[in-house]
Structure formats: C-alpha cells, structure tokens
Design a protein around this ligand. Structure first.
Ligand code: NAD
Length: 310
C-alpha cells in the first residue's frame, strides 16, 4: 500500500512494524491491532513479545525482520542511543517512500540525526513524542507532538490517531522533541513552585483547602495545582490521594529535565530555574524516590525546611 493512499483514505489499513513494546509501546501496539492494522512487533524482551502476540500482533525475530514490507514503522524506545541504533538497523531494510515514526522521548540532537539518516535512505520520518503516560497509552488518548516535513506528518497523522486524541504538528525535524521538553520543564518547575507554596502555607497555619480555593481562581492558577494538586484533598483524582503512586514517575521527570538542560546548553539558552528543578528532582531520585509520582516532590520540599529564624 502507498502512503498517499493512507493520506487519501483515512480508514485504509496499513502494515505497521512496532519496535519497543514496554510500558508505553505495548499498549500502543495493541491499539493499532484494535484499529484493524496488520502489526508486526519486536522487542528484546521475550515477555513483551509474548504480550504483543496475545494482543494480536505478529512477532518478528529482529527489528530489521519486523520492518520488511511495512508501510509504517513506529519505535518506542528508552533514549536517543537506542533510537539511533535501531534506526541504523532498520532503515536499510525499509521500503523506499515508507514512513518511520519515533515516539520515544529523546534529545533533540539525536532526533535530528535520526531524521537525516531516514532521508539518506529515502524514508519519510516524524519525531512524535507523547504526553499522557501509560493511562493514555492504554486508552488511546495520548497527545503526540510531531516534528518533520509536511508530507511525512500528513502520512503519520491517521496512524497516530489510532493511539491518541490530539496530534500536533510543531514544525520541522526535532520540533516534537523540543515541544515535549519545553512543556515538561514548565511542569517540573511549576510542581516545585506549587509544592513550596503548600509547604509555606502549612508553616503559616493556612489550610490546604483555603490555599487551593484562592490560588486555583487567582494568578497562581496552573495545571500542577488544579489538576495534579500535590496535597491530598482539594483534587480527589491527583496522585497525592493515592500515596503518590504514578502517574508520572520522578525518574522520568529527571530524564526530561536533563534533556531540557542538554538542549539549553547546546542552544545557548538560559534556563536557571530548569537547572534548579533538575537538581531538586535528582536529589529526590538519589534518595530512592525515583518510582514515586513527581508530585511527591512536596515531601522533599518539606524536608528542606530549616528552623524558623528568630
Ligand atoms: P520501557 O522501558 O517500559 O520500554 C522500552 C522498551 O524498549 C523495552 O521493552 C525494551 O526492551 C525495548 N528496547 C530497548 N532497546 C531495544 C532494541 N534495540 N530493540 C527492540 N526493543 C528494544 O519504557 P516506556 O515507559 O515504554 O517509555 C518509552 C519511551 O516513552 C521513553 O523514551 C520514555 O521517556 C517515553 N515516555 C514514557 C512515559 C511513561 O509514562 N512511561 C510517558 C511519556 C513518554
């Protein structure tokens, strides 16, 4: 099947190779099967391959084997080095004019190098990192932030719509990764700001609910407060009400804040609060809290308290 056919008829089913079947990739591949695509999957881990098989995917014995004859390839891997390693392996085996989408969260530099590699092999490419976590991956409600040429994005959109509900074209090669790390830098900083405000309120004898009622309708209003409040009570669905079970693990916040710092250094941007947020989350992670939801940072913030000055 030609990619132009995918563009013209959004309901056309494709042969899709899916590489990287972890916490995110496993359910994403299952949603492509549910949408009626022929999915051929590969992961280094046997248990993940077995799960994909149970979900209805065909299983290949290598990444290069999975992509043979595929219209579209999706990779969902830990970091830039894995993506470049896998793309180096699969691109020579892919059909010219086919499409490769990377949905991993990786550094902008590696993402741009991956696009250049795809172009060298005559393959269309899109970087399409996600937000929405494992719940969004299971429920096909992810947001995809995409970077790449217009024709590559047009070919990717109907495929991504099977796994997410918001698909945004952010610009050229690497723009999806850039949007992802800028957004998550805001998130990391704002969660610390909200946590500091609650920790100060506690010391001042101000109740959580009173601070919430005022700040959520005033200029302190933000997502970290109104949707993901780091104290239990005001927002019953936030992880604070469930002993800070993720959610979004603090170790992943460290990863994203580190990617933001790497990008800032490479591009010469000043991000002092982003750097401080990275250090604070690194300390939390080093204290064995990497598996705790990132809103649990309030526990670390409280722990930094000094005795009142006289
Ligand atoms: P994961 O570690 O659960 O899955 C990664 C998978 O890649 C593993 O199953 C691993 O075996 C496989 N893999 C590694 N190298 C491979 C290779 N050479 N060939 C085939 N398979 C290989 O990670 P995850 O939670 O699924 O996250 C994947 C990506 O999505 C990461 O970049 C992460 O930062 C990003 N992300 C995760 C979340 C989340 O909530 N988990 C949210 C947003 C974005």
């Amino acid at each position: 099947m030609q990619l132009t056919t995918i563009e013209a008829e959004e309901t056309t089913m494709a042969t899709i190779a899916f590489i990287g079947l972890g916490n995110m990739g496993g359910p994403m591949a299952a949603n492509l099967v549910k949408a009626g695509h022929k999915v051929v999957a590969f992961d280094l881990v046997e248990a993940s391959r077995n799960q994909a098989k149970a979900d209805g995917a065909g299983i290949a014995d290598s990444a290069a084997g999975a992509v043979k004859g595929a219209d579209v390839v999706v990779t969902m891997l830990p970091a830039g080095k894995h993506v470049l390693g896998v793309w180096n392996e699969i691109l020579p085996a892919m059909t010219k004019g086919a499409l490769v989408i990377d949905s991993s969260t990786i550094d902008v530099e590696s993402a741009r190098a991956a696009h250049a590699l795809a172009a060298k092999h005559g393959v269309l490419s899109v970087d399409a990192p996600v937000s929405g976590g494992t719940g969004g991956a299971k429920g096909a409600t992810l947001t995809f932030m995409c970077g790449g040429e217009e024709n590559a994005f047009a070919a990717a959109k109907p495929v991504l719509e099977n796994m997410g509900k918001k698909i945004v074209h952010c610009g050229g090669a690497g723009a999806g990764q850039a949007a992802k790390i800028c957004n998550n830098m805001i998130l990391g900083i704002s969660m610390i700001a909200v946590s500091e405000a609650f920790a100060l309120a506690e010391k001042l004898g101000l109740s959580h609910q009173a601070l919430f009622d005022v700040a959520s309708t005033s200029s302190g209003q933000c997502w970290s407060l109104t949707t993901y409040c780091p104290v239990p009570g005001p927002v019953p669905t936030s992880p604070a009400n469930n002993d800070y079970k993720p959610g979004f693990a603090s170790a992943l916040m460290v990863k994203d804040l580190t990617l933001a710092q790497d990008a800032a250094k490479a591009a010469g941007a000043a991000t002092p609060l982003g750097k401080h947020a990275q250090e604070i989350y690194q300390s939390f992670d080093a204290a064995g809290q990497g598996g705790v939801d990132f809103s649990g940072i309030i526990k670390h913030v409280r722990g930094l308290a000094r005795s009142p000055s006289s």
